[in-house]
Design a protein around this ligand. Structure first.
Ligand code: ZN
Ligand code: ZN
Ligand code: FE
Length: 324
């Protein structure tokens, strides 16, 4: 790690942090037949169902180097953590929707423990959990896993959600934006994908990606660690069913990105409502939707169909999963 550059750089034009790490660059070459996440690999051992590993080539670390100073630009220390959750010992499993509900719950419990643990660390401002699925979007290690970034800042997208939902709460005299979205979606029904006692899954009115699912807890809560036992079990079921829907949408399993949006780890964000978002990036059989000119260059998404129609297709796909 000598001479490695590991720092946060502030973009003064857009007002956001970039994580810079030259450590990522020196990842060793791995033989194709070797999986670092399989039982018996140097860092995994045996006898586990779910395993939390430190990323050996992180963007963020508990004890980062002090960045050199700059006369104009702002830098900051890369304090934080990069963790990997190996979700099952089974290597040849396509997706977590192929696991049984109890095994998915074990993954969520591991994540819940991480939220509780990381909250206590002074550099930990935010914990972002995400799951990238599919070689189409650049996933190189196919052994089922997800990732955790513990960051010393709140990610931009969450920051925007906090700003807008706080404004809504103030302007509406104390209501929750997200609770209201649940009410509207449940009364309009046409974008609802699946729901149960504790969770509601829907394709948002304002979907960005061709097939997008947002999963909200019915109870107004801010952090994953606020979930009770039964809510966690029903979340495992909801993820299984909804992700199975994505898998069965086209002939080939759809690549997707799943992320958990929760409140920052410290402070009062009682106006916020945690949730999950899944972005399905296929817009048709073998057609990938790229975030290109308008999306990357302008920041606004274009939607090539109507969310209500795509919601109905995804809902049908989910119902085939419920029948089987
Ligand atoms: Zn493996
Ligand atoms: Zn709410
Ligand atoms: Fe969100």
């Amino acid at each position: 790690m000598k001479n490695a550059v590991m720092e946060l750089r502030w973009d003064p034009v857009l007002g956001e942090w970039i994580m810079v790490s030259s450590v990522r660059h020196v990842r060793p070459w791995l033989p194709e037949s070797f999986c670092p996440f399989c039982p018996g690999a140097p860092e995994t051992g045996y006898g586990w169902q779910v395993l939390v590993l430190e990323n050996k080539y992180p963007m963020l670390t508990p004890e980062p180097p002090q960045p050199s100073s700059h006369h104009f630009y702002v830098k900051s220390k890369s304090s934080g953590g990069n963790l990997i959750i190996v979700e099952t010992p089974q290597h040849d499993l396509d997706d977590i929707s192929d696991l049984d509900v109890n095994s998915i719950k074990l993954v969520l419990e591991a994540l819940k423990n991480l939220v509780e643990e990381e909250r206590g660390k002074d550099y930990a401002k935010y914990l972002l959990w995400f799951r990238n699925k599919g070689v189409e979007i650049g996933v190189s290690l196919t052994h089922p896993h997800s990732q955790v970034y513990v960051t010393p800042f709140t990610p931009v997208k969450v920051e925007r959600e906090l700003t807008n939902s706080k404004r809504y709460t103030i302007e509406s005299g104390g209501k929750c934006l997200f609770c209201n979205i649940i009410n509207v979606e449940e009364s309009e029904k046409k974008r609802i994908l699946y729901s149960n006692k504790s969770w509601v899954a829907f394709m948002p009115f304002y979907a960005h990606w061709p097939f997008e699912a947002h999963i909200y807890p019915r109870r107004h809560l801010q952090l994953l660690s606020d979930l009770e036992e039964e809510e966690l079990s029903l979340l495992a079921l909801t993820l299984k069913v909804v992700l199975c829907g994505f898998k069965k949408l086209f002939r080939k399993p759809s690549p997707y990105i799943m992320v958990m949006h929760q409140a920052p780890l410290k402070g009062d964000y009682s106006f916020y409502h945690m949730h999950f978002e899944i972005y399905g990036v296929m817009r048709g059989e073998n057609v990938l939707k790229y975030a290109a000119g308008m999306e990357m260059g302008g920041g606004n998404f274009t939607f090539d169909s109507v969310p209500e129609d795509n919601a109905s297709r995804l809902r049908d796909s989910i119902s085939t999963c419920l029948r089987s």
